[in-house]
Design a protein around this ligand. Structure first.
Ligand code: ATP
Ligand code: MN
Length: 491
């Protein structure tokens, strides 16, 4: 038995073995990403994948085969005479096939190598009259309605490969810096995380819940013996861990029942939340900037085929914008300075939909004005009015502002929200009470300030907001496989 072809990038061996009687037996299939790198012409390879297109004439057919390992297809050349009619008829867009064939140098311009098919096995047909993904381009809106099939398009293949690579980049970034990945709960008993409307988790019979003497729902009968919700953030628990492990990050799903139907909000999204003991706001800003740049650099280094495709299809400035962000030092200024710039813009005739004045929450249009029109650079805004930020943010001496920081990005607006945390127990408790936070639910959080408290900081990066930036897509529903938004939980 003799091995006639070696292994390549994915480490997936393509071991084609030749037996004594000269019969060929494939042991492991080759991925297309590997075969396209291979110059081992004459070797027999075995590929499996889905037919993207088929063209040709009566003598010869050309199949573009894709197996998801790369955006590129491999060309399968089929000598029509040598295949049964039944097989040939089944090779239509969307069908799943296996091919044994000879790797040959391609005369075509588009690819180095192609496969001369020797055997074709049909795994699954796809009736052309019914299969929705035909060759013509489909709108992103239409593809959202067939989210079960859209990963098979070039666009969503590219996006989901990039999504994977970004998750890897995130873990590597923190791991390399000595952060520990810490898992915070998804079901929470506190409803004071304060970041948005929550989804309730219950096993009560909603048609006939048990009532107590006052006629209120008796949560003692509920699964956890109290009301519970899906988490909107892992931060509070993340802080507990930072007070022990020093530097941690969370990376998990979060849920917000906001009824906002915007291209930047999902009801279920993934968030990365580092929390670091002894970091003050400046170090927190530097961490955020280094973190995003690391992820963008990783995408450019590892996903260029996919990024180039998205650049050409959707956003001709994507690659330029990614390199641009790497080069810039993010501009840092206070909320108060930011408001001044926005007010000056209004005075000069710039019209915003939402009002601008000190104390107002910034809308995406304001954030994007600062980033895209004024500075032409990512911006980190700090020291927001305490009224528009959460109770746990460190209070400044002025009594009016807190040590918050939002990272604002071109095309996105807010990509990161974070702060230095209030480490003083009494100040924290007082602020929580002023803001009507039910403090009895977070006695454990307040305890961190009673026992060995320390200055610390952290932030939350919305994973899908990062993906919007890296892919250049315009709608957040197109960077998560199965988006959850108001009135939409199909698939
Ligand atoms: P926004 O003002 O954009 O609604 P936020 O201030 O409510 O965001 P934070 O609570 O600061 O958001 O959450 C941290 C990060 O999580 C945000 O900077 C953003 O990247 C992301 N994020 C927040 N809400 C959503 C959402 N509904 N869908 C997707 N990402 C979100
Ligand atoms: Mn925020």
């Amino acid at each position: 038995m003799k091995k006639i072809a070696g292994s390549l990038i994915t480490g997936y061996l393509f071991r084609i073995c030749q037996y004594e009687n000269n019969s060929m037996k494939t042991i492991i299939r080759t991925k297309i990403v590997d075969v396209l790198q291979c110059k081992d012409y004459g070797a027999t390879v075995h590929l499996k994948g889905w037919v993207r297109t088929r063209r040709g004439n009566k003598q010869v057919g050309f199949i573009a085969l894709n197996d998801g390992s790369t955006i590129k297809n491999v060309q399968i050349v089929v000598n029509i005479e040598t295949f049964a009619e039944k097989i040939l008829k089944a090779i239509t867009t969307g069908a799943c096939i296996g091919v044994n064939g000879i790797l040959t140098e391609s005369p075509g311009q588009e690819q180095n190598a192609e496969i001369q098919a020797k055997e074709i096995h049909i795994y699954g047909t796809a009736d052309p009259a019914a299969y929705p993904l035909q060759k013509k381009g489909h709108t992103l809106e239409f593809l959202r309605e067939i989210a079960h099939l859209r990963p098979r398009t070039n666009t969503f293949g590219a996006i989901f490969r990039i999504r994977h690579h970004m998750a890897i980049a995130i873990h590597r970034f923190f791991h390399e810096r000595g952060f520990f990945y810490f898992h915070t709960p998804i079901i929470t008993g506190s409803d004071c995380e304060g970041a948005g409307q929550m989804f309730q988790v219950t096993t009560l019979n909603l048609c006939d819940p048990k009532k107590d003497r006052n006629g209120s729902i008796d949560y003692a009968c509920d699964f956890f013996g109290k009301p519970t919700n899906l988490t909107v953030s892992g931060q509070l628990e993340g802080e507990l861990a930072a007070m022990a492990l020093g530097a941690i990050y969370t990376f998990g799903p979060t849920f917000r029942a906001e009824n906002s139907y915007t291209p930047r909000h999902l009801a279920e999204f993934w968030m990365i939340e580092p929390e670091v003991a002894f970091n003050e706001i400046e170090e927190n800003m530097q961490l955020a900037e280094d973190f995003i740049k690391y992820c963008v650099r990783w995408a450019l280094d590892n996903c260029m085929d996919d990024i180039e495709f998205l650049n050409n299809m959707f956003d001709k400035e994507l690659i330029e914008r990614l390199y641009f962000v790497l080069k810039q030092n993010f501009i840092r200024l206070t909320y108060t300075e930011g408001i001044q710039i926005l007010e000056d813009a209004v005075a000069k005739g710039h019209a915003f939909e939402f009002p601008v004045h000190w104390g107002a929450d910034l809308a995406a249009e304001h954030e994007r004005y600062l980033v895209e029109d004024h500075f032409k650079c990512p911006v980190i805004l700090t020291d927001y009015p305490k009224e528009i930020k959460s109770f746990y943010m460190k209070q400044n001496e002025d009594g009016k502002t807190v040590r918050a920081m939002d990272v604002l990005f071109p095309k996105i607006g807010e990509i990161i929200g974070g702060s230095q945390r209030e480490e003083d127990h009494d100040k924290l408790l007082k602020r929580a009470q002023e803001m009507d936070v039910p403090t009895k639910d977070i006695w454990w959080y307040l305890d961190t300030r009673r026992f060995g408290t320390a200055p610390h900081s952290g932030f939350g990066l919305g994973f899908e907001r990062l993906l919007l930036f890296v892919t250049g897509m315009a709608n957040i529903r197109d960077v998560i496989p199965f988006p959850r938004t108001p009135n939409n939980a199909e698939f």
